[in-house]
Design a binder for this molecule. Structure first.
Ligand SMILES: C[S@@+](CC[C@H](N)C(=O)[O-])C[C@H]1O[C@@H](n2cnc3c(N)ncnc32)[C@H](O)[C@@H]1O
Length: 367
């Protein structure tokens, strides 16, 4: 059976969703393969089997630069959406109705994220031209430090991640005047930290977009009631994303109350906590965990892309003068990055939001 011809003359643009992780060929490492399904193309209805995409390293003609190829190999994943420029197409004899698409350019336009918000979602990547090569370290600079695993961080401490809430509470009580502040527990999840802060007599708002955020376990609700608190209502719950933007500032910083921003393993919200606190000259304490280097791709520190945990800590600490860090005694990612709130006359070191330009992601589109 012969394939129906694709209804376009080359070159043409095609938006497609990657259906497998890009792979290079064992026999020829200068080739990169993946498949895309392209519901937007009139010749390939959503039910059709995915087309195969091939990219070749090289110059001109049907080739793409090796920098682009390497970048795609490292960054593109199943579920991401790419905008392809197709220079040639060949019908695939083995699967009628599908094509081998020779791409001369490929740009990731949105990535598929399995967030911790209980949902998968798409994040748009605001790149309009060809993929830029990732920034490389200057030739004379030292190599980036090797990634540090949780085990390295915890060598001296017995690893018990469960203790993170009480250890963080003790740290906060020592470093900040909690009575004078309203505490924003950003990315507070189920609400254990908010619970402990409330039981200690502090005023708290938990911010997290998950539908079940702040609901606590029945044991913890009982604990609150036993201690004379009303449930629900012992602490405020704001179900939404915390960002470093006007809306967040208006909602959480535009009042007379002093505000302390805290985040325990706050995933994608980590940098927003630091940026929003600095922008509003408020104290903060954040214990980063995941780096999400695929989402936040323009982060660099000392001209080196931020990909590892130690690099991320350095990057956050370099945001402004007076940011400190300390290793706490619990298992897992246990380094707290904090500012006590005395910003004085200090100038911000570079742009709040990262050295690498605009933050890539603003709002996530829930799907
Ligand atoms: C790893 S959980 C940590 C929960 C809790 N702090 C703990 O330590 O158990 C990360 C949380 O970050 C939340 N999150 C992710 N992005 C966020 C954002 N922009 N604003 C607020 N919360 C966010 C997720 O919904 C998730 O509950």
């Amino acid at each position: 059976m012969s394939c129906p011809p694709i209804d376009r003359s080359v070159p043409f643009k095609l938006i497609g969703k990657i259906t497998n992780n890009p792979q290079s060929s064992n026999r020829n490492p200068r080739l990169l393969f993946w498949s895309v399904s392209s519901p937007s193309s009139p010749s390939s209805p959503p039910s059709s089997p995915p087309h195969q995409v091939i990219l070749k390293h090289g110059l001109g003609g049907l080739f793409v630069s090796s920098a682009s190829c390497e970048h795609l190999h490292r960054s593109a994943r199943r579920g991401d959406t790419v905008s392809l420029t197709i220079g040639k197409l060949e019908p695939l004899k083995k699967s009628p109705g599908t094509y081998l698409l020779h791409a001369t350019d490929a740009v990731i336009t949105s990535i598929h994220v399995h967030g911790n918000t209980g949902n998968s979602y798409e994040k748009e990547i605001p790149i309009t031209s060809s993929l830029p090569p990732p920034p490389l370290p200057p030739p004379s600079s030292p190599l980036p430090p090797p990634p540090t695993s949780d085990l390295d961080v915890n060598e001296v401490h017995p690893p018990s991640k469960k203790e993170r809430f009480s250890v963080f509470l003790n740290f906060l009580s020592e470093k900040f005047d909690l009575k004078k502040n309203h505490i924003l527990d950003v990315a507070g999840g189920q609400g254990k930290l908010s619970l402990l802060l409330t039981l200690s007599g502090h005023s708290v708002t938990l911010i997290d977009p998950r539908p079940n955020s702040g609901l606590l376990s029945s044991k913890h609700r009982k604990q609150l009631r036993k201690n004379g608190f009303v449930w629900p209502g012992a602490f405020k719950i704001h179900r939404g994303f915390f960002e470093n933007d006007e809306e967040t500032t208006k909602t959480f910083f535009n009042n007379d109350k002093k505000t302390l921003v805290v985040g325990l393993h706050p995933d994608e919200a980590t940098e927003a906590i630091v940026d929003a606190a600095i922008a509003n000259r408020r104290p903060f304490a954040v214990i980063p965990c995941c780096i999400y280097s695929r989402i936040f791709r323009s982060r660099t520190h000392l001209n080196i892309p931020v990909r590892t945990y130690p690099q991320f800590l350095d990057y956050l600490q370099a945001k402004t003068e007076g940011v400190k860090r300390e290793t706490l005694r619990f298992g897992g990612r246990n380094v707290v990055v904090y500012h006590e709130g005395d910003y004085g006359e200090v100038k911000l070191c570079g742009r709040v939001g990262g050295e690498g330009g605009e933050p890539e992601m603003k709002k996530a589109k829930m799907i």
